[in-house]
Design a protein around this ligand. Sequence first.
Ligand SMILES: NC(=O)c1ccc[n+]([C@@H]2O[C@H](COP(=O)([O-])OP(=O)(O)OC[C@H]3O[C@@H](n4cnc5c(N)ncnc54)[C@H](OP(=O)(O)O)[C@@H]3O)[C@@H](O)[C@H]2O)c1
Length: 289
Amino acid sequence: MGADNTVLVIGATGNVGPLVVRQLIDEGVTTRALLLADDPKAGRLPDEGFEVFHGDLADPDSLLPALDGVESVLLMWPFFTLNVDTAPAVLERIARQARRVVFVSSIGVHIGYEHTDNNCHAYLEELIEKTGLEWTFLQTTGFAANARLSYAQQMKATGIVRSPYGAAARSSIHEGDVAAVAVRALRSSELAGRRLVITGPEVLTQIEQVKIIGEIIGTEPTWQDVPAEAALKAMVSAGWPPAYASGALEYFEMLTKEPELITTTVQDVLGRPPRTFREWAVEFADDFR
Ligand SMILES: NC(=O)c1ccc[n+]([C@@H]2O[C@H](COP(=O)([O-])OP(=O)(O)OC[C@H]3O[C@@H](n4cnc5c(N)ncnc54)[C@H](OP(=O)(O)O)[C@@H]3O)[C@@H](O)[C@H]2O)c1
């Protein structure tokens, strides 16, 4: 069992991981980042101040050196590219070494809306609960960073965003706020046993999000709704697992009728409100120009 509060960050090159690594370093925590060998996205991480370990969630034993002597682990599961077959063995390896795991889960578990073929986050939560580890689940809404994936290329190329369900009303979260809550949960037992439903401070339709980005970069983008069937085809050919894509589209359709939840979790945990979508868009405006 780790004694010096060493934290291992799995998913260190994703949207949340690099921000967790940065904050842990700033707070003086001994930090390890797990990278797939020769990870091309390692440039997202700071230049120094942490240890690099290589490992692959598909090969549970490859995590052992990184886990040796850690106290806490930030875990996420790359559901898009890796099935959950190795998840039990990964958790067994984590439980052998660590005291605590913080899992980046989804609001889908909270509202019971994970597609039945796609209940991966719920499955991981169940596995984690059985390990005997202290756990915290971060059940988050969609990251504001999804806007970059969904809109940036089209805004730059044509100024027309073609996407499904423009009227879907989302409480997107700044991924830095997810990271800040994660760091709190990683550093002590204060948030152990909590399912934290993490949302942004406001609900905006996707059309409103695009309009805000346009205001910031000085353009007037237009939105064209793509029918769900065409969107599904495009998502699957872009690499989405089919069940995941159809589940996401069903969820978006639901959000055209019933806006996404807003919670006070970020305020309660961090003592400050979550950042708005506009704040996120100002920070990353250059990605849309
Ligand atoms: N995005 C959202 O809106 C959203 C909403 C709710 C919940 N979530 C959850 O949040 C999690 C984290 O999101 P994110 O956006 O930070 O993730 P992400 O950008 O998709 O990054 C996934 C991370 O996992 C790493 N990875 C991929 N395959 C791996 C493997 N076999 N072994 C070890 N590491 C591997 C990736 O490394 P590479 O960089 O090398 O690929 C990357 O660092 C997601 O997995 C999802 O479950 C996301």
